[in-house]
Design a protein around this ligand. Structure first.
Ligand code: FAD
Length: 301
């Protein structure tokens, strides 16, 4: 019989967690509980998204600033080029630096109305590469950018997408975090293509749990992410079974991570949707334990 699943994992992984800024006090409590649950796993960083068109500008700032003030976790703020001049974006970046934020996830952003072509703001940054270069002039931020294993929808072809990724790395980005995907092979093919193109940057897979199959499928269609037919079958009939659906979602995400781990991946970025349990469970399956528990085990050995 083959070794049990997860028998070969060693906990030698680095993790990061993505949150979105809360809209209400209740959501803030949920988010904060998630941060506190995940903090003992000593993430490399946690990041907070920036709503379409800068709609969450204040809330993103408040959330990141609170993480910096109240935890020891390095916090990253997402920032997009949408609907803002270079001066406005530069000012936001300076405020982040002054608040102790040292890491920005630099993005172009999506057009304010879905389906329209992206048009940069007159006087704004035209894309993520230009934003990255601009941020580097303001302060020596650590910068993460986005990458697309299945090609960005605006991209003419895979080569164009790789050239764009190279431009972002050349502009000073330290790593790329991928759009979500559901097939480990898709990630491995992309990783190989990046290496073959001579792009020497860390490519961290972005892991997205399925919340509801319908919502995930809608999002996937907008992002060019393939949703395999077997996934539709697995979620079929679970529309009214939230708990069972979560278990299935956790199983699928954990299995994806296990395959990635087996293929040499050691850094994972989780789109947490502000919930801790799923990311925590997957980290646990991959052998990642809270720092204190590790020390206790060492002492007992
Ligand atoms: P870019 O890398 O600038 O470009 C995207 C594509 O457009 C490229 O692949 C390229 O083919 C094409 N392109 C770029 N410049 C040119 C040019 N000059 N000429 C022709 N084609 C060009 N969105 C948010 O609004 N808020 C967030 O917080 C957020 N967080 C994200 C986090 C991650 C990890 C990821 C993967 C995505 C996130 N997004 C977020 C979504 C992102 O904003 C969209 O995918 C957006 O459409 C592209 O952003 P980008 O930074 O990849 O753009």
């Amino acid at each position: 019989l083959a070794a049990p699943l997860y028998a070969d994992v060693a906990g030698d992984i680095g993790v990061s967690f993505e949150f979105f800024p809360p809209k209400s006090e209740k959501m803030e409590e949920t988010l904060w509980a998630a941060v506190q649950t995940l903090a003992p796993l000593e993430p490399r960083f946690v990041s907070v998204t920036y709503g379409a068109g800068g709609s969450t500008r204040e809330r993103t700032h408040q959330t990141v600033a609170r993480i910096v003030r109240e935890t020891h976790i390095p916090a990253a703020a997402h920032l997009t080029c949408v609907d803002a001049t270079k001066d406005e974006i530069d000012q936001i970046a300076r405020e982040y630096w002054e608040a102790g934020v040292r890491h920005i996830v630099a993005l172009r952003g999506d057009p304010p109305r879905a389906g329209e072509k992206f048009v940069s703001h007159p006087g704004g940054y035209e894309n993520a590469a230009a934003l990255t270069a601009g941020l580097k002039k303001i302060a020596p931020f650590e910068i993460s950018v986005a990458a697309y294993p299945e090609c960005h929808p605006d991209s003419a072809n895979a080569q164009h997408d790789l050239d764009n990724l190279r431009a972002k790395i050349d502009a000073g980005a330290d790593r790329a975090i991928t759009q979500f995907f559901f097939s480990a092979e898709t990630f491995f093919r992309f990783r190989d293509a990046v290496a073959a193109a001579g792009i020497d940057a860390e490519i961290v897979p972005g892991i997205m749990p399925v919340s509801t199959f319908a919502a995930t499928s809608r999002m996937a269609a907008m992002c060019n992410t393939d949703v395999p037919e077997w996934m539709a079958r697995l979620f079929d009939g679970l529309e009214d079974h939230a708990a069972a659906r979560q278990l299935v979602a956790a199983t699928i995400a954990a299995e994806l991570c296990r395959k990635l781990y087996a293929g040499g991946v050691r850094q994972f970025h989780f789109y947490t949707l502000n919930r801790a349990e799923l990311a925590y469970a997957i980290c646990h399956l991959l052998g990642k334990r809270p720092a204190k528990a590790d020390k206790a085990l060492e002492a007992a050995a």
